[in-house]
Design a protein around this ligand. Structure first.
Ligand code: SF4
Length: 308
């Protein structure tokens, strides 16, 4: 499988089959906290690659082989709405499977009506808001130069007007950059304006693109969550138990290429020990496809940036 990965053990969405619409990593942003490493060059140009027919063909094969998931999720190595036909994943899944659909987007293209129309095909849409004005947006997300913070917020408001499904918002908290009370109060006021169904405060649990980004202590996250009128919750730790089929070595490598995970989480997901995970990943480390690295006292498996 070239475009599918997982099912990923998602903290919020259970078993999430990832559909990677942006191989290799292509994004409108270069977020300091990105778990996939730096974006080489940000872009806002939408394209038709990879071919949607090849992606749907993999989905067909996966379901024919008995694949099961809670969500089929447009996500992957960058911003999925950069693919002009991302909505086809939701149309196909809705028509051919019993699974729910999820869009994980940074929301930067939601000012475009055609993006909002296709995003509204998903059952659940999660967008991001980590800043309160253009300056803080640039500090946290290092966006493509054409992107304007106010225009993105207008897009969120317009989307809420037309979308009857569940709209989730993620706020990523970076100590020293957006964790002051007054900063989070301003983000909370903006979030209220487009009335999401749920708000999640997240912080760095996996190694970030910018090594200086530290995790926000849980106690502080809980304090900040109170600024959202009781509507926000704090993200849990990395998911460690997802029921599903045992992943093969190749499937493990495909998963961590798009979604770096600790060996402990991988072992729990695969029903084996961390040593066995190391052994299964060893050939992929040897050929440079993935790498093992330490962060916060834990060992992670993730993409080898030099191969991207
Ligand atoms: S965190 Fe998401 S939006 Fe930000 S650079 Fe990474 S892939 Fe792009």
């Amino acid at each position: 499988m070239r475009y599918l990965f997982g099912p990923v053990p998602s903290r919020r969405y259970g078993r999430s089959l990832g559909v990677d619409l942006t191989v290799p990593k292509t994004c409108t942003l270069n977020c300091r906290f990105c778990q996939l490493g730096p974006t080489r060059e940000t872009t806002v140009k939408r394209t038709d690659t990879p071919p949607i027919a090849a992606i749907l063909s993999e989905l067909r094969d996966w379901t024919a082989a008995g694949g099961e998931a809670d969500f089929v999720t447009a996500s992957g190595s960058g911003e999925p709405t950069l693919h002009r036909q991302f909505g086809e994943v939701f149309r196909w899944t809705r028509g051919e499977t019993p699974f729910s659909t999820l869009l994980l987007s940074n929301g930067t293209l939601f000012d475009r009506p055609e993006v909002r129309t296709d995003a509204a095909l998903a059952d659940v849409v999660k967008v991001s808001l980590h800043a309160w004005d253009q300056t803080s947006f640039e500090a946290v997300n290092r966006p493509h130069p054409s992107l304007r913070f106010d225009v993105i917020l207008d897009g969120y408001r317009a989307f809420r007007q037309m979308f009857a499904g569940r709209l989730d918002v993620e706020v990523f908290v970076i100590p020293g950059i957006n964790d002051a009370t007054w900063q989070m109060e301003r983000i909370a006021a903006l979030v209220q304006d487009f009335a999401p169904d749920s708000i999640t405060l997240n912080t760095a649990v996996r190694p970030p693109a910018d090594g200086s980004v530290l995790p926000c202590p849980r106690e502080r996250l809980l304090e900040l969550a109170n600024l959202f009128d009781g509507k926000a919750h704090v993200s849990g730790n990395e998911s460690k138990s997802v029921k599903g089929k045992t992943l093969s070595a190749e499937e493990l490598a495909e998963l961590v290429e798009r979604h770096p995970l600790s060996l402990a989480a991988l072992a729990a997901q695969s029903g084996c020990t961390e040593s066995e995970i190391r052994a299964r990943l060893a050939p992929f480390c040897a050929d440079g496809r993935i790498r093992l690295f330490e962060n916060g006292g834990r060992v992670f498996a993730g993409p080898n940036e030099t191969c991207r």
